[in-house]
Design a protein around this ligand. Structure first.
Ligand code: NAP
Ligand code: COA
Length: 262
């Protein structure tokens, strides 16, 4: 990891208590940033913050739901009060499960859209007053589903498509103030809740990997490396872009059709 490239910076990581986003939080911390995590579960936040501190990093956290604008705003306000203008905001809270559209309830669809899409708007919108301007870097964690329809994930496909457009609209509107806004579209990442839900058996995992041009899942470190780059001054002219980090799996995502399995 690029030691020191984020030295002195503050990184706010929504959905940062586990999985890919916690991996990115470690990446930011290794690169010198102090990190602030937010997710619903106080227990998960406490464990994640303790892990970061045990590794020697400066970390703190808030228990809040990204669907609750006021709670998100309060966390960002308190981060600003403690650490000053916020340099990096990552929006990665998400929910997903496999459900055929014909069996998905309206509330099931709404729940995922509210967490992923409304949550991303809430996190970025609430951060606006507290960002370092110029210089802030906002990063949304999206997915291949944003551009390629995948069976049994109409909720996540629709939500992440919206996340991509929120990313691009904010890059357009906030660029003049020196705020960069980008997205990362991870491919299937090993040892994550997402892949435990989307490819829950060894057979399913093997079939999935056979469709990936690079023939394997990626790692949390792969996503962290990209996030550190996008957050750093080295990416100073990159904004409004969704970067795939997926072993080329986005090219074949549409072939992962599992209508028969659910
Ligand atoms: P994960 O470990 O379940 O991460 C989700 C995080 O979001 C958790 O920290 C969770 O903590 C938090 N969260 C969920 N709902 C929330 C809410 N309403 N408010 C606040 N925080 C909330 O899953 P993951 O697989 O690592 O996924 C992380 C991100 O990568 C997601 O955006 C996902 O769509 C994206 N992604 C993953 C993959 C993959 O291969 N896994 C591929 C493409 C994209 P709490 O439970 O404490 O709230
Ligand atoms: N299949 C179909 N519908 C489902 C479902 C599933 N596997 N899981 C939940 N739902 C539906 C529920 O039935 C409910 O709809 P209803 O009121 O019509 O019955 C709706 O979704 C909301 O469920 P609820 O459990 O109240 O939502 P929540 O806000 O407590 O949790 C989830 C959100 C459902 C997304 C939950 O799985 C979660 O917290 N996920 C976070 C972790 C995650 O998904 N990680 C992977 C990221 S890629």
């Amino acid at each position: 990891m690029a030691d020191g490239v984020l030295a002195g910076k503050t990184a706010f990581v929504a959905g940062g208590s586990s999985g890919i986003n916690l991996g990115v939080a470690f990446g930011f911390a290794e690169a010198g940033a102090r990190v602030v995590l937010l997710s619903r579960s106080r227990d998960k936040i406490d464990v994640a913050v303790a892990g970061l501190r045990e590794a020697g990093y400066e970390a703190s956290g808030f228990a809040a739901d990204v669907r609750d604008y006021d709670a998100v705003e309060d966390a960002l306000k308190r981060t600003h009060e403690a650490d000053g203008p916020i340099d990096i905001v990552l929006s990665g809270a998400a929910g997903n499960f496999l459900a055929p559209a014909a069996k998905l309830s309206a509330n099931g669809f709404k729940t995922v859209v509210d967490i992923d899409l409304l949550g991303t708007f809430n996190v970025f919108r609430a951060s606006y007053e507290y960002l370092k301007k110029p210089g802030a870097s906002l990063i949304a964690i999206t997915a291949a589903q944003a551009v390629t329809p995948i069976a049994n994930q109409i909720h996540a496909c629709a939500a992440k498509a919206g996340v991509n457009m929120v990313t691009k609209c904010l890059a357009l509107e906030w660029g003049p103030e020196g705020i960069r806004v980008n997205g990362i579209a991870p491919g299937p990442i090993a040892d994550t809740e997402g892949m435990r839900r989307l490819a829950p058996t060894p057979e399913w995992e093997a079939a999935y990997k056979a469709t990936i041009p690079m023939r394997d899942y990626g790692t949390k470190r792969d996503i962290a490396n990209l996030a550190v780059f996008l957050a750093s001054d080295a990416a100073g002219y990159i904004s409004g872009t969704i970067v795939d980090c997926d072993g080329a799996s986005g090219l074949t995502a549409g072939s992962v059709v599992r209508i028969d399995k659910t």
